[in-house]
Design a protein around this ligand. Structure first.
Ligand code: ACO
Length: 165
């Protein structure tokens, strides 16, 4: 239950050093189900009624592909997951079989926003993508989050298109 999803050495020491006292940043663990991970994700969108066995099945799917799915959490001094986000590594043919990182599902608990946790999360996911060989990282966001991602070093590029089922 406490096995990290991926090699924790990929998390930059420089980010760990900048967290508020008592906070830690690490790979997702199956036991995070009991640390409020789903409640934190709910600040982003509808999460649904996910049972522990649903959560563990999805965790195991990611773990079997842990060179592709990197889910990172920040835990506060009360052992609660207060921030979560992921980078997914896509293997392409273009640019001589290059890889691209996709940052997805970033959420910081409402009561913990404004403490730079979002910034530390994005810096970590970006560093992971670079370390595993991605040539770029991309993400979609709403207009209101553009200034946040600009603070994280991202720039506007293209438009998002969607067709929902
Ligand atoms: N508008 C303008 N500036 C912002 C905003 C915003 N909406 N949000 C953060 N910032 C600025 C901060 O003021 C700070 O600036 P500073 O360095 O000058 O002080 C900098 O960005 C870093 O802010 P953090 O404190 O790291 O931001 P926080 O921890 O609150 O996380 C986040 C930001 C992730 C957007 C959070 O508010 C959140 O979870 N929101 C709800 C869910 C959400 O919208 N997630 C992103 C979806 S996009 C995706 O998933 C790819």
């Amino acid at each position: 239950m406490d096995t990290p999803l991926f090699n924790a050495a990929l998390i930059p020491k420089s980010v760990e050093a900048r967290l508020p006292p008592g906070y830690t940043i690490r790979p997702l663990q199956a036991s995070d189900y009991h640390r409020g991970v789903l409640q934190t994700l709910a600040v982003l969108t509808t999460v649904g009624d996910i049972s522990e066995s649903d959560f563990i099945k999805r965790f195991q799917y990611w773990q079997d592909r842990n060179d592709t799915y990197y889910n990172v959490v920040i835990v506060n001094d009360k052992d609660r997951v207060v921030a979560i986000g992921s980078v997914v590594i896509e293997r392409k043919l273009i640019h001589h079989c290059a890889s691209a990182g996709h940052i997805e599902d970033i959420a910081v608990a409402s009561s913990e926003q404004g403490k730079k946790l979002g910034l530390h999360l994005i810096n970590t996911l970006t560093a992971i993508a670079e370390q595993v060989g991605a040539y770029k990282v991309i993400l979609d966001c709403s207009d209101k989050n553009v200034p946040f991602y600009e603070k994280c070093g991202y720039t506007h590029s293209g438009n998002e298109m969607v067709l929902k089922f």
